[in-house]
Design a binder for this molecule. Structure first.
Ligand code: AHG
Ligand code: MN
Ligand code: MN
Ligand code: MN
Length: 332
């Protein structure tokens, strides 16, 4: 335990065939970029990275300066190493092609450079989410089709959470491992191996202000939780909502729970709130690897065939038995 990320990756590479030198480099580079993002965030109002950038992203959200800076940090860190064929991000309309002056690699990197950016100005935890896919042979990087792969094909996924301490949570499809940033030496060190989520929970996370827009199965499920000991569940449930997916998912990976951003009437046209390729898929991969479950209410998230780069989907994830219950209500 407490070994540096580099040693962990080298040992994984020796033991498994799934982690090759280029994937190891990719993860090291992403981790280094996350350290740079953590430093930019950590300066707060003493730096010049707070506030809005004065631009909107492709989904019509107002970009914070830190959304743009985090995106640039990840692009700059990853473009030259020869491990990637292309990158895509929440903050870019189209994929980023590796410039011709650099060699091209066999992986694709997709990311949400700064998740929970509405929380940045009030000093609440935010994060970076990423997903690694294999690049199809001879891809045309300019159109985003190469990225439209099912979540179950991800070769790695993870996130960094910038909270009271900075942590990196990773999976290569063989369990979930947590690294904590040792600020004195500037290195991520292994602090938890093979994380497992309890199958049962009495804690849920949902934005209750959307209640009037939810579909019937979610209305029914949450009403049962709110009824507490006197209701059909016979237990009191507690609610938490940070409004940074990374922070909410991190709590669930740490102690169990249920997270929902379900389909609602307001979001029906766009398919949901959260983005499939760089929010739902990487988080679903981590949650399943920790023994939890992740569905849209109707289908397993990792089985969805993506149809566009910035596609949105409903997300229900966390402790297995609760996810299965909400999902079964959708089938009733
Ligand atoms: P992002 O900041 O990357 O655009 O993501 C925001 C997402 C996610 O982090 C969070 O779970 C959700 O939006 C919060 O939504 P509400 O503002 O509706 O609570
Ligand atoms: Mn956003
Ligand atoms: Mn996000
Ligand atoms: Mn974001």
């Amino acid at each position: 335990m407490r070994i540096p990320l580099s040693r962990f990756l080298i040992e994984q590479q020796r033991e498994s065939k799934t982690l090759d030198p280029n994937l190891r480099l990719l993860i090291e580079v992403v981790a280094r970029a996350c350290k740079a993002i953590a430093i930019a965030i950590g300066k707060g109002n003493l730096g010049d990275a707070m506030g809005t950038a004065g631009t909107d992203n492709v989904q019509g959200e107002v970009q914070k300066k830190l959304d743009v800076i985090s995106n640039e940090i990840l692009l700059d860190a990853n473009e030259w190493g020869g491990h990637l064929a292309a990158m895509a991000s929440e903050e870019m309309d189209l994929p980023f092609c590796i410039p011709n002056r650099y060699p091209k690699g066999e992986y694709l990197l997709v990311f949400d450079p700064l998740d929970g950016s509405s929380n940045i100005d009030v000093n609440i935890s935010v994060g970076t989410i990423f997903s690694v896919l294999r690049a199809p042979e001879g891809i045309d990087c300019a159109n985003g089709d190469a990225f439209l792969q099912k979540g179950c094909t991800q070769v790695a996924a993870g996130y960094a959470v910038y909270g009271p301490n900075t942590q990196l949570v990773l999976t290569f499809g063989h369990g979930v491992h947590v690294f904590t940033l040792d600020r004195e030496i500037g290195t991520f060190r292994l602090t938890q191996e093979n994380l497992q989520i309890p199958e049962d929970t009495r804690e849920f996370a949902i934005n209750m202000s959307n209640q009037r827009h939810w579909e019937e199965p979610v209305q029914r499920y949450v009403a049962e939780l709110l009824a507490g000991k006197e209701g059909p569940r016979g237990e009191d449930f507690n609610m938490r909502w940070v409004a940074s997916m990374v922070a909410d998912v991190h709590r669930i990976l740490s102690r169990g729970g249920l997270f929902m951003y379900p389909l609602d009437a307001k979001m029906a046209k766009q398919g949901g709130k959260l983005r499939l390729l760089y929010e739902a898929n990487p988080m679903a991969f981590l949650i399943e690897q920790a023994g939890g479950a992740a569905t849209t209410g109707r289908e397993r998230i990792l089985d969805l065939q993506p149809t566009s780069l910035h596609q949105r989907v409903p997300v229900i994830l966390g402790s297995k038995n609760e996810v299965e219950r909400v999902t079964s209500y959708h089938k009733d």
